[in-house]
Design a protein. Structure first.
Length: 148
């Protein structure tokens, strides 16, 4: 019917621990509403890139992102998860997310990728900020080559 909307996954939201209602105009506290850059700025009063690595925002952010990833792991069983974008420029997030994913899965999946090599399973894009643009160019090139 439409394109997948992973950003609008509904997440458990403990309002006693995090009273922020969420930024999404449709759902409030979906994944995007709780964890996207605008939500970080709205919740903490400044953009994520200006928050220090030891700010409490990052543990909460890792929790919400890990909840979303666990939903994806359980439903899609991806071979690898690549996380990029503005929020992920805070490098402290990768180890926090990996640890939280393992905690939330609680040993359910014993695949070595998750249990032993999670640093290779949840990764940053190899092409950094150029991944989207270079991917689009590769698709266009492939399309042109198929026509000729």
């Amino acid at each position: 019917m439409s394109h997948p909307e992973i950003g609008h996954l509904r997440l458990p939201h403990d309002l006693t621990k995090d009273p922020y209602a969420g930024k999404c105009p449709f759902h409030g506290d979906c994944l995007e509403g709780l964890a996207a850059g605008p939500a970080l700025k709205d919740r903490w009063g400044e953009p994520g890139e200006s928050l220090p690595a030891n700010h409490p925002a990052w543990a909460l952010e890792a929790h919400y992102l890990a909840l979303g990833l666990v939903n994806l792991i359980c439903t899609l069983s991806p071979q690898r998860i690549i996380l990029g974008g503005g929020v992920m420029k805070q490098k402290v997030l990768y180890p926090l997310i990996r640890q939280e994913v393992q905690r939330l899965l609680n040993g359910y999946f014993l695949f070595p990728e998750i249990a032993e090599r999670i640093d290779e399973y949840i990764v940053a894009p190899g092409l950094a900020d150029r991944a989207g643009v270079l991917g689009a160019i590769a698709l266009a090139k492939s399309s042109v080559e198929r026509r000729h």
